[in-house]
Design a protein around this ligand. Structure first.
Ligand code: BES
Ligand code: ZN
Length: 833
């Protein structure tokens, strides 16, 4: 019998079932990860994969009876498992690799039902995987630990022996033996709580049996928490658990969750199947959040909102994450992907419907426009690489599974669903959802056969009616010619109304020229302005058009009022700035940034005006940050003045202004500014404020301060999951920072790799740190480093980074001179003030 191996060691094994085995043997091994040679740069094909076999179907679990007893002081746990199993066939395979354990029996098992009993012990590790410990400080300043879980994708096996594959579903009876003054939670509601016979300080908490479910969705938490609770309109008991003393900060998420559950119930026409749902903030947490059935775990920053100290973008983020994880309760938990190859069914769908849900709860967020800058363009960017991958990708070994939690599964998945939804309409889409969820409930689903050639819906609009498609076609062959009739010569013609279709558009110069007035006078709708600019930017990066063309288009955005349009433009200008930081005319591009952003900066000012809302707050933060970073004099002076008042306690900065002000003063500050920021960090009680500071530290320019920030990144002051954004911030902060961050990663590789045990945070760290290079030889250096320091879960990311470095280098070679000339010429032609 094969089980995915628990990291814990089985002490005693007993198989009760026909026939009783005279001898048992547990073979256990963690895989010896193979070193794969990175293939030559730029080629799309992945290195040949080692064959990986799924668990055999001859024995499968029906119910797990699982009892865990964590020790929060010596960081171990004891467990007892009884798995009622159905034996479908007899005979065994023997393979002890790939994180699997093989149980061998001296005599053949017969078909029927049996019980497998295993006692085991394990470590409450500090790797944010499996059953692990999470550090927190009590209100009185004492450091303590909670015991929490993160099983997706392949780490339930670290906590208990199990058939750790999403398609092998079973029910679970879970009990936890915990100190009596601790909160103990699991997927289901508590059905019994009694003193533990061997120790008067402990209690045994027993939870109701779960529905049939996959192992990666099992969860338990033992720690100290406060909570707020409500009952949703559809009768589900909803609680938000927060650190002790911070229950107030759970109210926003509670409201969102209570509104979201009935919304999904109505949309899917399928009720939420459990009696309760808990949402809990976990201090040390690798992902943003995790959808464990009935017990959703979150980073503190993805769940907690303080009315005074949380900024608008945090509120929006919490709403999106809550919407995302609650969608998984149906899409993922009730119906689960058959194998990780179909991960996009889970993540693509949740990443799409989280917007539908937030649009329902907060129409004023104009969240669908934000989808385009956050997901659609992100997906297009990654998908433009040779080293992209299909949405549905074959995966085997756990390290390959970790790799696909990326912008393709999430953002491209969501974009393709948005395109489909737009094409078939909400009514039929909703019907389809219900059919899918009803047909596959408590089971698994896979993507059906796609013919290899996609049909792509194409829309065309004109200035006659910018919000209406004049022509809709379904492109079902590689090439099509379309003639648009009755278009007057002074009209513009735009493809991809609403930037819904997942494709790029290239216009002739004449067509592009005619679209510019539509940008200036805003007659082109916001998502179309955004999409047009983004397409052009990507075409420039690919060398299809000149970057100067894009700069000219960017200048047409003088009257732009829309936050999301600015946000995307700002992001692209950021990419260009990073590229040009490799040249000696970096200052000129900063001048350009200042010119583009100052009119809107002046219109907005520093303080909110009556009647302004969420999007104005986001826009103000974005614009002031951009101007401050680029060294816009008036912005810099005001930021310094406000920062001083903030630090002296005279006038506390509003939450929405903190990031732009911190960034501005640090970038143009000295060692004293950095020290003040580090002090603010230490004093901050909210993780959101700590993160806000951590993310801007990399803006500091002086070499010894950069070093100080890097050392800080690995210190006890920074939570393990946040180290990535501090180092990433340094790499993205400046030319010197980029080099220093890369050296730091090489020098501290072992510690960093060990901290995340591979996993997706390593991929994120590598991506943030190296993809800004723009010299060919750096691609070689990165490749060579990872050949001698393998990171199996980041192989594809490393290939993507190397490809990006080569693309940057080519871009620079191709366009740097003409950009420089354009900027000089522009400067000369501007009126001097
Ligand atoms: N299922 C994931 C959590 C996860 C991510 C597990 C990566 C294992 C590896 C969860 O539903 C998720 O997608 N979380 C996102 C946040 C979401 C709002 C996009 C995350 O963690 O970034
Ligand atoms: Zn998800």
């Amino acid at each position: 019998m094969w089980l995915a191996a628990a990291a814990s060691l089985a002490r005693r094994l007993l198989f009760l079932g026909p026939p009783p085995p005279p001898l048992l043997l547990l073979l256990f091994s963690r895989s010896s990860r193979r070193r794969r040679r990175l293939h030559s740069l730029g080629l799309a094909a992945m290195p040949e994969k080692r064959p990986f076999e799924r668990l055999p179907a001859d024995v499968s679990p029906i119910n797990y009876s699982l009892c865990l007893k964590p020790d929060l002081l010596d960081f171990t746990f004891e467990g007892k498992l009884e798995a009622a199993a159905q034996i479908h066939a007899t005979g065994f395979n023997y393979q002890n690799e790939d994180e699997k354990v093989t149980l061998s029996f001296p005599s053949t098992l017969q078909t029927g039902t049996g019980t497998l009993k295993i006692d085991f012990v394990g470590e409450l590790n500090d790797k944010m995987k499996g059953f692990y410990r999470s550090k927190y400080t009590t209100p009185s300043g004492e450091v303590r630990y909670a015991a929490v879980t993160q099983f997706e994708a392949t780490d339930a096996r670290r906590a208990f022996p199990c058939w750790d594959e999403p398609a092998i579903k079973a029910t679970f009876d879970i009990s936890l033996v915990v100190p009596k003054d601790r909160v103990a939670l699991s997927n289901m509601n508590v059905i019994d709580r009694k003193p533990y016979p061997d120790d008067e300080n402990l209690v045994e908490v027993k939870f109701a049996r779960t529905p049939v479910m996959s192992t990666y969705l099992v969860a338990f938490v033992v720690g100290e928490y406060d909570f707020v609770e409500t009952r949703s309109k559809d009768g589900v008991c909803v609680r938000v658990y927060t650190p002790v003393g911070k229950a107030e900060q759970g109210k926003f998420a509670l409201e969102v969750a209570a509104k979201t559950l009935p919304f999904y119930k109505d949309y899917f026409n399928v009720p939420y199947p459990l009696p309760k749902i808990d949402l809990i903030a976990i201090a040390d947490f690798a992902a943003g959040a995790m959808e464990n059935w009935g017990l959703v775990t979150y980073r503190e920053t993805a769940l907690l909102i303080d009315p005074k100290n949380s900024c608008s973008s945090s509120r929006q983020w919490v709403a999106l994450v809550v919407g995302h994880e609650l969608a998984h309760q149906w899409f993922g938990n009730l119906v689960t992907m058959e194998w990780w190859t179909h991960l996009w069914l889970n993540e693509g769908f949740a990443s799409w419907i989280e917007y539908l849900c937030v649009d329902h709860c907060f129409p004023e967020y104009d969240i669908w426009t934000q989808f385009v800058s956050a997901d659609y363009t992100r997906a297009q960017e990654l998908d433009a690489l040779d080293n992209s991958h299909p949405i549905e990708v074959s995966v085997g070994h756990p390290s390959e599974v970790d790799e696909i939690f990326d912008a393709i599964s999430y953002s491209k998945g969501a974009s393709v669903i948005r395109m489909l939804h737009d094409y078939i309409g909400d009514k039929d889409f909703k019907k389809g959802m219900n059919m899918y969820l009803t047909k596959f409930q408590q089971k698994n689903a896979a993507t059906g056969e796609d013919c290899p050639q996609w049909m792509v819906p194409i829309t065309i609009s004109t200035s006659e009616d910018p919000n209406q498609a004049k022509l809709k076609i379904l492109m079902d062959k590689p090439e099509m010619n379309v003639v648009l009739k009755n278009v007057k010569p002074d009209q513009w013609v735009k493809l991809n109304l609403g930037t819904v279709g997942f494709y790029r558009t290239q216009y002739s110069s004449a067509m592009l020229e005619s679209l510019l007035p539509g940008i200036r006078d805003l007659s082109l709708p916001p998502v179309d302005r955004l999409g047009l600019q983004n397409d052009l930017f990507s075409l420039a990066r690919a060398g299809i058009i000149s970057t100067v063309e894009v700069l000219k288009v960017m200048e047409a955005f003088v009257n732009e009022p829309n936050y999301t349009v600015w946000s995307d433009l700002s992001c692209n200008l950021g990419i260009l700035s990073t590229l040009l930081s490799h040249t000696d005319f970096y200052e000129e591009i900063q001048e350009f940034v200042k010119d583009v952003f100052s009119p809107i900066g002046e219109r907005l000012g520093w303080d909110p005006k009556p009647g302004e809302g969420h999007l104005d707050a986001l826009l103000r933060g974005l614009v002031l940050g951009k101007l401050g970073k680029a060294g816009h004099k008036a912005t810099l002076e005001e930021a310094r003045r406000r920062f001083k008042d903030h630090v002296e306690g005279k006038q506390i900065l509003s939450a929405d202004l903190r990031s732009p002000v911190y960034l501005t003063v640090l970038k143009h500050g000295d060692g004293t500014t950095l020290d003040i920021m580090l002090k603010l960090h230490k004093q901050a009680d909210m993780q959101e404020e700590k993160n806000r500071i951590e993310r801007v530290l990399g803006a500091t320019l002086l070499p010894d301060l950069i070093q100080k920030v890097l050392t800080f990144a690995l210190s006890e002051e920074v939570r393990p999951q946040d180290t990535v954004s501090v180092i990433g911030g340094v790499a993205g902060g400046s030319k010197h920072g980029r080099k220093a961050a890369w050296k730091f990663i090489k020098d501290n590789w072992e510690e960093l790799y060990n901290r995340y045990q591979g996993g997706f945070l390593i991929s994120r760290l590598i991506k943030l740190s190296v993809e800004g290079f723009a010299v060919d030889k750096m691609a070689g250096e990165v490749k060579a480093f990872f050949e001698s320091h393998p990171a199996p879960s980041a192989e594809r990311t490393i290939q993507q980074c190397c490809e990006n470095i080569l693309l940057n280098a080519a871009w620079l070679k191709r366009d740097a001179e003409s950009i420089h000339q354009y900027l000089l010429q522009r400067k000369a032609s501007l009126p001097t003030v």
